[in-house]
Design a protein around this ligand. Structure first.
Ligand SMILES: [Fe+2]
Ligand SMILES: [Fe+2]
Length: 468
């Protein structure tokens, strides 16, 4: 770190140097973070130059710079959107009051819990993806993986800044624990189940960035509305980076589909050509979208009502809502009655998780439509679909019951008779895994995915994105 201004050891736009206590706390957390990165971040390639973007400001016109960086030298920084003068709380019981610049004492525990839950997902995904550098289909994809990984690391920094800066001793303890939980570890797992699922092949990674990072988008959108202003400003900037993660997923799965379409158009068998059959792609979509749908929590939730009432977590795009108290009105929630699905009226505030999930489902549908346009382009008649939100759920009112892909209730026997057509089987996973071989020659690409339409930051798609 010689030659770097000590006050800029942690790049930031929060004037960290004028708060020595906070600066010291974060600087003593930094080596722990780097130890964690070394132990749980990407295996190998930490000594290689990777063509990465780094956030250097929050200026919309030029917030990032691109260049070769070794991952452990990535400048993980703390960047918040500029404070808006006179910002007021946009929803809930405190609607119209001045936004909080400090943690409101009465909501301290709820707020900490919201921040820790979001924060925990960031290192978790890096852990889930840590082996994927061994099997990327191209240098372009390898670089995208590492870009996502370092940015999830930066999101962890963003949240740890809030914990250290606003929650005193228990915030510092939470920040340590964020480096101690481990994805998939039965004794000390990550908080949310999707972040404990193995992500061992690239089709899973692409589905993860499509569906699980998109959950992140909607959680961030709802926290970007928070009356706790530092949280809102942090989340707004994180969304800028998050967009790329979903791009990796949407275009990545699109390229897998494109490759299969091409093979089929040539009259060949996908398996013989090392491509992935459409039905296996659909099963992966079914698994990752349903697992990620769980992340929004229970359909009827007094926690969600409390967070909304307190002005801590709003709805996505709260400003588009006709009114912001949500005291009146109901949400018509389909529930399981004795004779099938019936609709129950839920007070609006208790339905906040479901309202956020509605937006998520709509966004996912757009991704599915994009993939179907790939099929159309090749004259292929296969059409992908998003499983119904009731399908394969482990959280909420539909958990513990069985539903088909259209959301119709089915019995156990019907589920068992169909599950191998709906979710990846051991054989499907073994086949996908068998294709996972690194392809690190410039201009080459693995057999199961089409090349990208264009490169990163106007570089050619066969650019030397990682120097091996
Ligand atoms: Fe993130
Ligand atoms: Fe992300």
């Amino acid at each position: 770190m010689t030659g770097i201004d000590y006050s800029q050891k942690i790049p930031n736009n929060v004037d960290l140097k004028s708060d020595k206590r906070l600066q010291r706390a974060l600087e003593s957390w930094q080596p722990h973070f780097l130890d964690w990165w070394g132990a749980m971040g990407p295996t190998d390639y930490n000594a290689n130059d990777v063509y990465l973007r780094t956030a250097v400001s929050v200026d919309a016109a030029g917030w990032a710079q691109y260049g070769y960086v070794k991952m452990p030298d990535y400048r993980w920084g703390i960047f918040l959107e500029p404070q808006q003068a006179d910002r007021t709380i946009g929803f809930g019981d405190h609607f119209g009051e001045a936004a909080w610049q400090q943690v409101p004492g009465e909501y301290r525990n709820w707020l900490r819990r919201l921040i820790v839950t979001q924060a925990d997902t960031e290192p978790a995904s890096v852990e889930q993806q840590r082996l994927l550098g061994h099997t990327a289909p191209s240098l372009y994809d390898l670089r995208n993986l590492f870009q996502v990984n370092v940015e999830e690391g930066r999101h962890l920094w963003a949240m740890v800044y809030l914990l250290h800066g606003y929650f005193g001793k228990d915030g510092r303890e939470e920040a340590e624990e964020l480096l101690e939980r481990r994805s998939g570890n039965p004794d000390h797992p990550r908080i949310l189940q999707t972040f404990n699922e193995p992500c061992e092949d690239w089709l899973s990674f692409l589905c993860f960035t499509m569906f699980t990072d998109r959950d992140g988008k909607f959680q961030l959108l709802s926290l970007a509305e928070s009356g706790f202003d530092p949280l809102a400003r942090t989340c707004r900037f994180m969304l800028t980076e998050e967009a790329h993660h979903m791009f990796v997923g949407q275009t990545g799965v699109g390229r897998v589909i494109e490759r299969t379409c091409q093979v089929l158009k040539d009259g060949k068998d996908p398996r013989a050509e090392g491509a992935i059959p459409m039905d296996i792609i659909q099963k992966y979509i079914n698994f990752w979208s349903s697992s990620s749908t769980d992340l929004f929590g229970s359909e009827v939730s007094s926690n969600a009502a409390n967070f909304f009432r307190a002005g801590l977590k709003g709805r996505a795009y709260e400003e588009r809502q006709p009114e912001h108290l949500a005291m009146e009105g109901v949400y018509n929630l389909p529930t399981m009655g004795p004779s099938g699905i019936t609709t129950e009226e839920i007070p609006l505030r208790n339905a906040m998780n479901e309202i956020l999930r509605d937006e998520y489902v709509k966004d996912n549908e757009k991704g599915i439509a994009y993939w179907n346009r790939v099929c159309e382009r090749f004259g292929n008649e296969y059409r992908f679909s998003l499983p119904h939100r009731r399908f394969h759920r482990s959280v909420g009112i539909y958990a513990g019951r069985h539903f088909d892909l259209e959301g119709n209730p089915i019995d156990e026997a019907t589920w068992k008779a169909n599950v191998d057509r709906w979710l990846p089987t051991a054989a499907d996973k073994a086949y996908v895994k068998s294709l996972m071989k690194p392809c690190y020659e410039r201009g080459k690409i693995a057999s199961w995915i089409a090349p990208p339409a264009k490169g990163v930051n106007d570089q050619p798609s066969d650019f030397e994105y990682v120097k091996l």
